[in-house]
Design a protein around this ligand. Structure first.
Ligand code: DGT
Ligand code: CA
Ligand code: CA
Ligand code: ZN
Length: 587
């Protein structure tokens, strides 16, 4: 058995760390970008970077000799020299400070150099004493925000891992388990249910319970710490700090174990109660008749499908297994037919390198085509937000002409030019009425003054929606998981107004956004609204975040009919035209 290669996610993590440390060192911004870009490319590879030689690595667009050499070092040593040199320059606590909302490399360096801030606790203590505001470029407001940031960071810890990186990790571990001889391998638990964050990873294998798999698992390079190893169970802590549990079961009971360890606990309880009513009993080894005291001859155990069917239920997709009434629906054949990734025909909220995206229009079109999309809207911000260069109306028109030109190289892919329109503090959209009506698709969102009270924030969003050209409300809560709380919004009022104006609500697929959430998206559907799924991609590789949005949509119980991305380009454009015309009559 050869040693398993280092996971792509781990390599990406090291490059991102190097980028942050370079920024702290006030290094040339191009070197910083080079590391960030390398991290992004490696994270999106479908092969293990650690298994490629330097020639193959440099064949990958965006990976040069330097990065390839670093990957070689990481494969051998788990780190690279340049990173170690950078690490030695700063105290480890400084990386923690950078997680505080509102503190970037520049501020962190300033805090460290001027006040010796090298830990979250020190930062909090100084903020409470009012010492931060005195620093040049900080002030009382910034100090207050920093304090709030430290608090919400502490409240969120121990942080649950975001779905997307957790799934990448799990998939790479499943590969290892198959290489170790597992007949079948899957992730279970909250990850399989598609929860927005997960507490730990639960992996399940079918194989001989003789201890080979668990022992091999505990010796993987990803295992930073071993918690326990037995013949059928093992638990390790991964480098990122998250726990990973492994269970090994014989293939005959794989379905029962998968069902049990997928949960949720609430779903399992409802299933067990139903089993009892039918004179059956359900556990991780199978579904048995109560009379079968020895539990030797299961009615069903090999697959989940057999178990649901033996219980008289439709198959329940893992995303619905939260004990929210799904078993009652399955009993009477009323489960929604959930939307699937393959139903998605296009993406409507993206960014190019004209504002804050990393890739050109052609790069984005190429990626959209490789995903098999029928259509894509390439967007950019309307307004300059901090470092982001937004576009004005003139730039919109010229870049739209450029897009239509570039799209000629992609026959079969239809393209439109969208704008992520800033909703200002008073609820006005950035472009004038005469300008905005020329924009192919307008997704509007809030990025500033996010601390308004609920009433004021709701009024702000409602007044934006009164603009007939606002087609969709993007990332409607403004939250960033583990970082920033959602802003206060009266969803019932917003959904009612959206229904009136024909505005779509977005499910944003950025792993740290995921809003609307499974709960609010379900409310939106019940309020009669259509949902727009988007990757909000800031690079070509990020177009794949559409899958994250689909998972949220499935947890919300959405079908193809609820999701605008399932329309053909022609029908989607008709939807835009008709909603604008209808909305116009009302205002
Ligand atoms: P997490 O890890 O907090 O994101 O959430 P889960 O759902 O992955 O929870 P976890 O890892 O504690 O357990 C995985 C699954 O195993 C859980 O969804 C259902 C099953 N399970 C664990 N403990 C129990 C239990 O005490 N009773 C029942 N019925 N099922 C359990
Ligand atoms: Ca779990
Ligand atoms: Ca667990
Ligand atoms: Zn945005």
């Amino acid at each position: 058995m050869s040693a398993a290669p280092v996971a792509n996610s781990e390599i990406a993590r090291l490059f991102n760390e190097a980028a942050i440390l370079l920024e702290l060192s006030n290094e040339n911004v191009f070197r910083v970008r080079a590391y960030q870009k390398a991290a992004m490319i490696i994270e999106s590879l479908t092969v293990n970077a650690a298994e490629l030689d330097s020639e193959k690595l440099t064949d990958i667009p965006g990976i040069g000799k330097g990065v390839a050499a670093h990957i070689g070092e990481i494969t051998k040593n788990g780190t690279f020299r340049d990173l170690e040199v950078l690490r030695s320059k700063f105290p480890p606590g400084l990386m923690e400070i950078l997680k505080v909302q509102g503190i970037g490399a520049k501020r962190a360096r300033h805090l460290y150099e001027e006040l010796g801030v090298d830990s979250l606790d020190k930062l909090k203590a100084l903020a409470l004493k009012g010492k931060i505001r005195a620093l040049e470029g900080f002030g009382a407001k910034v100090e207050e925000n920093i304090l709030a940031g430290v608090q919400s960071l502490k409240a969120a810890s121990p942080a649950r891992m975001l779905y997307w990186p957790a799934r990448r990790l799990a998939l790479s571990l499943l590969e290892r388990l198959r290489a170790l001889g597992a007949e079948k391998a899957a992730y279970a638990g909250s990850l399989r249910r598609g929860r927005e964050t997960v507490g730990d990873l639960d992996l399940l294998c079918a194989g001989r319970p003789d201890g080979t798999l668990t022992a091999g698992f505990s010796k993987l390079p990803e295992a930073a710490k071993i918690l326990s190893v037995g013949p059928t169970k093992a638990a390790i802590i991964l480098a990122s700090g998250i726990q990973c549990d492994l269970r090994v079961v014989p293939p005959e009971v794989y379905g029962a174990a998968l069902n049990y360890f997928t949960g949720s606990k609430e779903h399992n309880i409802v299933l067990r109660e139903l089993a009892l009513k039918k004179g059956l009993t359900l556990n991780e080894y199978g579904l048995f008749r109560l009379e079968d005291k020895e539990r030797k001859r299961p009615v069903a155990a090999r697959t989940e499908e057999e178990i649901y069917s033996a219980l008289g239920l439709e198959y329940i997709a893992p995303e619905l297994r939260e004990g929210r009434g799904e078993v009652e629906l399955a009993l009477t054949g009323r489960l929604p037919k959930l939307v699937e990734l393959k139903d998605i025909k296009g993406d409507a909220h993206t960014h190019t390198d004209i504002s804050d995206g990393k890739d050109s229009m052609s790069g984005m079109l190429e990626a959209a085509r490789s995903l098999g999309y029928e259509w894509v809207f390439l967007g950019d911000h309307s307004k300059s937000l901090g470092v982001v260069h937004g576009i004005n109306f003139k730039e919109y028109l010229s870049s739209r002409a450029d897009l239509l030109e570039a799209a000629k190289n992609f026959p079969g892919l239809k393209a439109g030019r969208s704008i992520e329109m800033e909703i200002d503090k008073t609820g006005r959209l950035e472009f004038s009425d005469g300008e905005i009506k020329e924009v192919d698709l307008v997704v509007a969102s809030v990025h500033s003054s996010m601390r308004l009270g609920e009433e004021e924030m709701t009024a702000r969003v409602l007044s934006a929606m009164a603009n007939p050209y606002m087609d969709a409300l993007a990332h409607p809560s403004g939250r960033q998981l583990n970082k920033r709380e959602p802003y206060k919004l009266n969803y019932a009022a917003v959904f009612k107004a959206a229904r009136h104006c024909g505005t779509a609500l977005e499910i944003n697929g950025q792993p740290e956004r995921q809003d609307l959430t499974d709960v609010t998206a379900r409310m939106a559907k019940e309020a009669g609204l259509k949902l727009l799924l988007s990757s909000d991609a800031h690079s070509a590789a990020q177009l794949s975040y559409m899958e994250q949005a689909v998972i949220v949509a499935r947890r919300a119980g959405l079908t193809k009919d609820d999701v605008l991305n399932c329309l053909s380009f022609e029908d989607f454009c008709r939807w835009i035209r008709e909603r604008r015309a209808r909305a116009f009559k009302k205002f």
